[in-house]
Design a protein around this ligand. Structure first.
Ligand code: NAP
Length: 332
C-alpha cells in the first residue's frame, strides 16, 4: 500500500480506502462484510469510509464490529452526516442539532471515541453555513472528530466555507468526497483547481463506476448474477451508468489494461490516482477477492500516452459538466 496526505493536512491515508455503501447491512451478509474488511486490513488499507445513512445506520454497526480489536491508532475512520437517519424533521441536514445528535449515534455504532474525518455528505441550503461550521468546529474541540470535510460540494460552496472558517477562526475543511472515475470527471474544471490552491484533498467515490469499469457488464446482455446491477437497492444507483454505448466503449479498454498487465478494476483505480489532488480512492467490494484485486492499483503509474488512449476510447460518454455537482434544493 502507498499513503498520501489528506489534502494539506498532517493526516496520512491509504491511497486506496475501503467503503461500505450498499454492501454492509444490505447487499452482503455480515460474514462476507467482515471477510472484505479483513482482506482490506491484510492488504494494508488503513482508511475506512462509511456514513450514518448507509443501510439505515446498520452499515456503521457492521463496520464497527468488523474493526473490533484492531488497534484504533492504526486506522483512519471516516463517516458523514446529512441524509435522513430517522423520521423526524431534525433527523437530517446540517443543523447544529442534527450534527450533534448524529455524531453521537455514529460513535456508538462504530464503537469508537472519535472519527478521524467527519464529512458533510451534501450541502444543506436550509442551514446557515456558519451554524454547520461552528458545530463541526465544536466537535473538533470536543475531540469527537479530528478533521472535517465535505462531500459533493461545488467549488463555490467550498469557497464560501473556507472564507467563513477563516474569518471565524474555525477548523478548516481538509477534504471533499466527490464521485470521480474515467466516466465521471465533473470535479476537474472547478473543484480540483480550487482544492489544489486551498489544500483540500479529494477522497473519491465509485472509482470503478460501481463495477461498470471492470468490464463485467456487457452491452445488450443481462448483468451477471450477484452483481450490484441485480441488487434491488444497488441497481437504482448503477443503472444510470449502464447505457449500451458506455458498456461498449468500456469493453474497448480491455487491451489497454492487458498491455499494462492490469485488470480492468486496477486500471480504473490507478486512473483516478494519477490525479495528484486525489488523496485516496474509496473502493467497495462484495467479496474479499475484489479487494485483493483492486489494491494492486496502489503505486501504479500510467504514462501520458495511456491516459490519452483512455480519453480517446471513452470520449463522448465522459461526463465533465461541473454543474452536475448538485445537492438537494431542500432537505430530503
Ligand atoms: N459521498 C458520497 O456521496 C458517496 C456515494 C457513493 C459512494 N461513496 C463511498 O465510496 C465507496 C465506494 O463506492 P462504490 O461501492 O460505488 O465503489 P466502486 O469501487 O466503484 O464499486 C464497488 C462495487 O463494484 C464491484 N467490484 C469492485 N471490485 C470489483 C472487481 N475487482 N471485480 C468485479 N467487480 C468489482 C462490487 O460490486 P458487485 O460485486 O455487487 O458487482 C463492488 O461493491 C462507498 O462504499 C462509500 O464509502 C460515497
Amino acid at each position: 500500500m502507498e499513503f498520501r496526505h489528506l489534502g494539506r493536512s498532517g493526516l496520512m491515508v491509504s491511497e486506496i480506502s475501503y467503503g461500505n455503501w450498499i454492501t454492509h447491512g444490505s447487499q452482503v451478509e455480515e460474514d462476507a462484510a467482515h471477510a472484505c474488511v479483513r482482506a482490506a486490513l491484510d492488504e494494508g488499507i488503513t482508511t475506512f469510509d462509511t456514513a450514518d445513512v448507509y443501510a439505515g445506520t446498520k452499515a456503521e454497526e457492521v463496520l464497527g464490529r468488523a474493526l473490533k480489536g484492531v488497534r484504533r491508532e492504526s486506522l483512519e475512520i471516516f463517516t458523514k452526516v446529512y441524509w435522513p437517519t430517522g423520521p423526524g424533521r431534525n433527523d437530517r441536514g446540517l443543523s447544529r442539532k442534527h450534527i450533534m445528535e448524529s455524531i453521537n449515534g455514529s460513535l456508538r455504532r462504530l464503537g469508537t471515541d472519535y472519527v478521524d474525518l467527519y464529512q458533510a455528505h451534501r450541502f444543506d441550503f436550509e442551514t446557515p453555513l456558519e451554524e454547520t461550521l461552528r458545530a463541526f468546529d465544536d466537535l473538533v474541540r470536543q475531540g469527537k472528530v479530528l478533521y472535517v470535510g465535505v462531500s459533493e460540494w461545488s467549488a463555490d460552496q467550498i469557497s464560501q466555507a473556507l472564507k467563513i472558517a477563516e474569518s471565524m477562526g474555525f477548523d478548516r475543511l481538509v477534504s471533499n468526497q466527490p464521485q470521480y472515475s474515467m466516466l465521471w470527471r465533473v470535479i476537474e474544471a472547478e473543484v480540483v483547481p480550487l482544492s489544489e490552491r486551498e489544500g483540500l484533498g479529494q477522497i473519491v467515490w465509485s472509482p470503478i463506476a460501481q463495477g461498470v469499469l471492470t468490464g463485467k457488464y456487457l452491452p445488450g446482455q443481462p448483468p451477471p448474477a450477484g452483481s450490484r446491477a441485480t441488487d434491488t437497492n444497488g441497481s437504482r444507483f448503477i443503472d444510470s451508468l449502464m447505457s449500451d454505448e458506455v458498456l461498449r466503449r468500456v469493453q474497448e479498454l480491455k487491451p489497454v489494461a492487458a498491455d499494462h498487465g492490469l485488470t480492468m478494476a486496477q486500471l480504473a483505480v490507478a486512473w483516478v490516482l494519477q490525479n495528484p489532488n486525489v488523496s485516496s480512492a474509496i473502493v467497495g467490494a462484495t467479496r474479499p477477492e475484489q479487494v485483493r484485486d483492486n489494491v494492486k492499483a496502489a503505486g501504479v503509474k500510467l504514462d501520458a500516452d495511456t491516459m490519452r488512449k483512455i480519453d480517446d476510447i471513452l470520449g463522448p460518454v465522459v461526463e465533465r459538466d461541473p454543474a452536475k455537482t448538485v445537492s438537494p434544493a431542500s432537505r430530503p
